[in-house]
Design a protein around this ligand. Structure first.
Ligand code: BDR
Ligand code: CA
Length: 315
């Protein structure tokens, strides 16, 4: 099984990605690091513990990380949620029971460095929140890139944005961290953008199938994704919603769930209207070398099937 560490700011879609990584037989979730993002560090940590307890994975360690961006004292401006500034698709606490397990005493950055240093084989990193923890670990141990076989990041966009007209939330929340990670020289960096995740929307019908599984993961996925569909469609009728973060974990078991292209990606850190934008150079013969495998398209049907197959499992 592919061994991975997830860095999350658990919210509803991080929760679906965590359940996928913990339950899929081809993945071995070694540990989870939490970061300030959708909600505060305390809340993202509590939500992460709730999810792992709920599916019977309380043994997977959770290490809390940064409470704020690595350079700025806060986000560039007041945040709007990934439903395009309408209502909040996350809420502060996930609607599953409070956790019985506790976070580890060791912090996220120390855990990342120690685990990667001690790993017999390179480990995969899946980062689905602001990149503050990853950047801080790189600042302490630049050589950690050599002990990671691939970092998969949910972030950025080319023709699609959410938190502002120009940027995607994870990159925007800590633009300097994102710039550091993109420039760090990971052997393989895969960037799953909003352009991809918005093409892999999950429908109400799919939620009904998930609820029908009668498993903890299926029940929770229905609840979390249903809340996202409510936020995206203002509660009206059918609708569908992107579940951004789970595209990253699904990609690990079925790379064809997305279509990627090697492209140069930089992050705007100084712009007024554009801070946090991923500048993706799609021009033929772009002068800069590609530093990321960028997913701009995804397969909704394949993703949906992967969810029902994986969430049928119980531990
Ligand atoms: C990203 O921001 C958060 O709202 C989601 O959890 C996802 O990681 C999408 O822009
Ligand atoms: Ca997230």
């Amino acid at each position: 099984a592919r061994r991975l560490i997830m860095d999350v700011d658990t919210g509803t879609d991080d929760a679906v990605a965590l359940m996928f990584a913990a339950l899929h037989p081809d993945l071995e979730l070694l540990g989870v690091t939490t970061v300030n993002g959708n909600v505060s560090l305390a809340a993202t940590t509590d939500n992460t513990l709730r999810v792992l307890d709920w599916i019977g994975c309380a043994g997977i360690p959770v290490h809390p990380g940064l409470t704020r961006p690595i350079v700025r004292t806060d986000f560039p401006s007041a945040r709007h949620f990934d439903s395009g500034g309408k209502d909040d698709p996350h809420g502060t606490a996930l609607d599953i029971p409070e956790p019985s397990s506790r976070a580890q005493a060791q912090g996220a950055v120390e855990y990342l460095i120690e685990t990667l240093r001690g790993a017999a084989e390179p480990v995969t990193l899946v980062a689905v929140g602001p990149l503050s923890n990853i950047a801080a670990a790189l600042a302490l141990d630049p050589g950690l890139t050599g002990r990671v076989d691939e970092i998969v990041i949910m972030g950025g966009g080319h023709a699609t944005a959410n938190v502002t007209a120009s940027a995607e939330f994870n990159i925007w929340a800590d633009p300097e961290a994102a710039a550091m990670v993109l420039a760090a020289g990971f052997p393989k960096l895969t960037l799953v953008t909003l352009d991809a995740t918005h093409r892999a929307v999950i429908t109400r019908d799919a939620c009904r199938a998930l609820a029908g599984l009668g498993t903890p993961a299926g029940t929770a996925a229905d609840r979390f994704i249903g809340r996202r569909i409510d936020a995206y469609s203002g509660g009206a009728g059918d609708g569908a919603a992107p579940v951004h973060d789970v595209v990253c974990t699904a990609y690990l078991v079925r790379p064809d769930v997305v279509r990627t292209s090697p492209l140069p990606v930089t992050v705007e850190t100084a712009g007024a209207a554009t801070v946090g934008r991923t500048v993706i150079d799609t021009r033929p013969g772009a002068p800069e070398p590609a530093n990321a495998h960028v997913a701009l398209d995804a397969n909704a049907e394949l993703l949906s099937g992967l969810l029902t197959d994986t969430f049928a499992r119980t531990l």
